[in-house]
Design a protein around this ligand. Structure first.
Ligand SMILES: Nc1ncnc2c1ncn2[C@@H]1O[C@H](COP(=O)(O)OP(=O)(O)O)[C@@H](O)[C@H]1O
Ligand SMILES: [Mg+2]
Length: 232
């Protein structure tokens, strides 16, 4: 379980200060899909980067079980990113000179180096026939499926996805969201950032964010199926 408490983040560029997050509070649980919903510039990526240990809050705390991540050393934070967090970005961020299989294997090597799991994941995302291809030989949807398999290779407790279908068409988006939802388990909490309110009802919890503040948190005891989303 992850708890973020009174998180604020101020970016300072020269004399200009941007208050990107203002006193944010929420919890993330395993076996739940949490959707962070808000318009562009509202602070979604900042929140996700802090959750993923890629950035630190200006004030406030992040708890991961008994650990207080926000107080840890850079070394401990690196360990958290390696072992606990899987990250899926809008533009995939694959290593362009490694094949599909190799992109997934390097992530597995950071933790368990479990080849069986690498094989299972390649199957799960439906890329058996593409595993020796390089990223620039794939479609956007295929690249995102590699990125998801890579994020899952280390069996993350926290799967963080920043606008994962922002560059994809609706049919492909549906497949990606299904994979993300299926990745949620008693061991893995899934957090998806989106500006698309149509997607929100697939989540168990929706954190609405606006101008760096949480405007509402809704719990959703009956999430809709991904196939019911109106992608219009
Ligand atoms: N590195 C940065 N330096 C200065 N301002 C930033 C930086 N990153 C984000 N911001 C600002 O913080 C606010 C929130 O940004 P962000 O978290 O990227 O929003 P979102 O992901 O919801 O579009 C915006 O006003 C943005 O311009
Ligand atoms: Mg963003």
């Amino acid at each position: 379980m992850i708890k973020i408490q009174h998180i604020s983040r101020i970016y300072q560029n020269g004399t200009t200060k941007t208050s990107a997050l203002k006193d944010i509070d929420f919890k993330i649980k395993p076996n739940e899909v949490t959707i962070i919903l808000g318009p562009s510039g509202s602070g979604k990526s900042t929140t996700l980067n802090i959750l993923g240990g890629m950035d630190r809050p200006t004030s406030g705390q992040i708890f991961y079980d008994d650990r207080v991540i926000s107080n840890e050393s850079d070394k401990a934070l690196t360990d958290y990113r390696r072992k606990i967090v899987g990250f899926v970005f809008q533009f995939y961020n694959l290593v362009s000179n490694l094949t599909v299989r190799e992109n997934i294997e390097i992530a597995a090597k950071l933790t368990n180096n479990n080849q069986d799991r690498v094989n299972q994941l390649i199957q799960k995302v439906g890329l058996e026939n593409r595993q020796d291809n390089f990223p620039d030989q794939l479609s956007g949807g295929e690249m995102q499926r590699v990125a998801i398999a890579r994020a899952l290779a280390k069996e993350p407790a926290l799967l963080l996805c920043d606008e994962p279908t922002g560059a994809l068409d609706s049919k492909t988006s549906q497949r990606i969201f299904q994979l993300l939802k299926d990745s949620c388990s008693p061991k893995t909490a899934v957090v998806i950032v989106t500006h698309n309110s149509e997607v929100a009802p697939i989540g168990n919890k929706v954190v609405h964010i606006k101008d760096g503040k949480i405007s509402e948190i809704t719990n959703n005891p009956h999430p809709i199926a991904v196939s019911e989303v109106n992608w219009s």
